[in-house]
Design a binder for this molecule. Structure first.
Ligand SMILES: Nc1ncnc2c1ncn2[C@@H]1O[C@H](COP(=O)(O)OP(=O)(O)OP(=O)(O)O)[C@@H](O)[C@H]1O
Length: 360
C-alpha cells in the first residue's frame, strides 16, 4: 500500500469568528502532485500554512509521513515551502542562497559544493553561482528558490502560487519544467493556485476549494468532465449551466424541464420534482446539419445565432434559446460553417451522456 505522506483529518481554522477552513480531510500519497485550487480567499494558503506549521488548526489533525505534527514546529517538519515572492536573500550570491539550509545544518564544505552544483544543474542554471539575486530574471529567481527548497531533501514541498509573478509564456514553460522535476525527484508536492489551467496541466489530483470547504477532490479529467457541484463546473473551464426541474424518471434516463423544452439527462438518483443543474461543456455541443439524422441518445434544442467570438485556435459561437438564455459552443478553427446571420435558427445537439447533472 502506498503511504500517505500528508494527511488532514477534519481540519478547521478560525480567525476570530471567521471560519476560513472548514472540516477539510484529504490524503496526499508519497510522490503525488496535489493542487489546492480555488478563488482568492477560499482558504488555500491557510491550509498550506497549517501543513507547513506556520498556523495551528483550530480543530482536526495533520499527519506528515504517518506522524501527528500538532506539536512539531515548522522548522522541525520535513517540509519546505516555496512562495510566490521568491524570498531569496538579496545580499547573498546564488551559491550561498542555495547552500543556506545545508550550512545551517553544518554539512561539510565538499558535500555542500557537490549538492549546490547538482541543484543548479537540475534547475538548468549552471554557472550562476556568483550572481546576485538582483541580476536574475523572475523565472531564474524562482528556479533558485525551488533549488533552495530541494537541497534539504524534504519529503514534501509546499508551493504557494510559485509562478504567479511570471508572464504567461514563462509561466507555461515553468509549469512543464516543474512537473518534470517533481516526477524525476519523486517528491510530494502540494501546490496552491487559483489558475485552473495550471492546475489541470500539472496535477495528479486537484482539490477544488470554495469558502473554506473542499468541494471536490479528484483526477484533473474527472474534475473537468464530472464536476460534482455547480461551483466546480463553473470554476473549471468554461461551461453551460442550465437549471431545471426533473419531470420524469425512466430507468437510465430522466427528463429535465428547462422551461423551453423537456430534455433527457442521465438518471443518477433523480427524483421527480427535484430542482437540479445540468452542465455541458461548449466543446460537447454541435449544430445539427440540415437534413441530417439525429444521433441515438442525443438531445436537440432549438436556438438562434447571436454572435461569434474569435479566440485563435477555436471560435466561440454564442446562441440564444427561446427564453433568451445564452449558450456557448466551441468550434475548432476552420469549422465555422454554421450561423453567421443574426437570428438564424439552428438545432443544437449533444450526447445525453455528455451532460452532467448536479444537485447543488
Ligand atoms: N492571519 C489572519 N488573520 C485573519 N484572517 C486571515 C488571516 N490569514 C488569512 N485570513 C483570512 O482567511 C481567508 C482565507 O485566506 P487565504 O489566504 O487562506 O486564502 P487563499 O485562498 O489563499 O486566497 P489568495 O488566493 O487570495 O491567496 C481570507 O478571508 C483572509 O482574509
Amino acid at each position: 500500500m502506498t503511504t500517505n505522506m500528508v494527511e488532514l483529518q477534519n481540519v478547521s481554522k478560525q480567525f476570530g469568528d471567521n471560519t476560513v477552513v472548514q472540516d477539510v480531510s484529504l490524503q496526499v500519497k508519497e510522490g503525488e502532485f496535489l493542487t489546492l485550487l480555488g478563488p482568492s480567499g477560499c482558504g488555500k494558503t491557510t491550509t498550506l500554512r497549517m501543513i507547513a506549521g506556520f498556523e495551528q488548526p483550530t480543530e482536526g489533525t495533520i499527519l506528515l509521513d504517518g506522524r501527528r505534527v500538532d506539536n512539531v514546529p515548522a522548522n522541525k517538519r520535513n517540509v519546505n515551502t516555496v512562495f510566490q515572492s521568491y524570498a531569496l536573500f538579496p545580499h547573498m550570491n546564488i551559491y550561498d542562497n542555495i547552500a543556506f539550509g545545508l550550512k545551517m545544518r553544518r554539512a561539510n564544505k565538499n558535500s555542500i559544493k557537490e549538492k549546490v552544483t547538482k541543484m543548479l544543474e537540475l534547475v538548468q542554471l549552471q554557472g550562476f553561482e556568483k550572481r546576485m539575486p538582483s541580476q536574475l530574471s523572475g523565472g531564474q529567481k524562482q528556479r533558485i528558490a525551488i533549488a533552495r527548497a530541494l537541497i534539504n531533501n524534504p519529503k514534501v514541498i509546499l508551493l504557494d502560487e510559485p509562478l504567479g509573478a511570471l508572464d504567461l509564456k514563462l509561466r507555461k514553460q515553468m509549469q512543464v519544467e516543474l512537473k518534470h522535476l517533481q516526477k524525476q525527484l519523486k517528491i510530494t508536492f502540494i501546490y496552491v493556485t487559483h489558475d485552473q489551467e495550471e492546475a489541470l496541466t500539472m496535477s495528479d489530483r486537484i482539490a477544488v476549494m470554495n469558502k473554506g470547504i473542499v468541494e471536490q477532490i479528484g483526477l484533473p479529467v474527472d474534475i473537468y468532465e464530472k464536476p460534482q457541484t455547480k461551483f466546480v463546473a463553473d470554476f473549471i473551464g468554461e461551461t453551460n449551466l442550465f437549471e431545471g426541474n426533473v419531470s420524469k424518471v425512466n430507468g437510465r434516463y430522466a427528463y429535465l424541464d428547462l422551461g423551453v423544452k423537456e430534455i433527457e439527462v442521465k438518471n443518477e438518483g433523480l427524483q421527480i420534482g427535484e430542482k437540479v443543474y445540468l452542465t455541458i461543456r461548449p466543446e460537447r455541443i454541435h449544430i445539427l446539419a440540415d437534413g441530417s439524422q439525429e444521433a441515438a441518445n442525443s438531445v436537440q434544442l432549438k436556438a438562434r445565432f447571436k454572435e461569434r467570438i474569435y479566440v485563435g485556435s477555436t471560435s466561440k459561437m454564442v446562441v440564444l434559446l427561446d427564453n433568451g438564455k445564452e449558450v456557448v459552443i466551441n468550434e475548432p478553427a476552420g469549422q465555422t460553417q454554421y450561423g453567421g446571420k443574426i437570428d438564424q435558427e439552428m438545432i443544437l445537439t449533444w450526447g445525453i451522456d455528455h451532460g452532467v447533472v448536479m444537485k447543488d
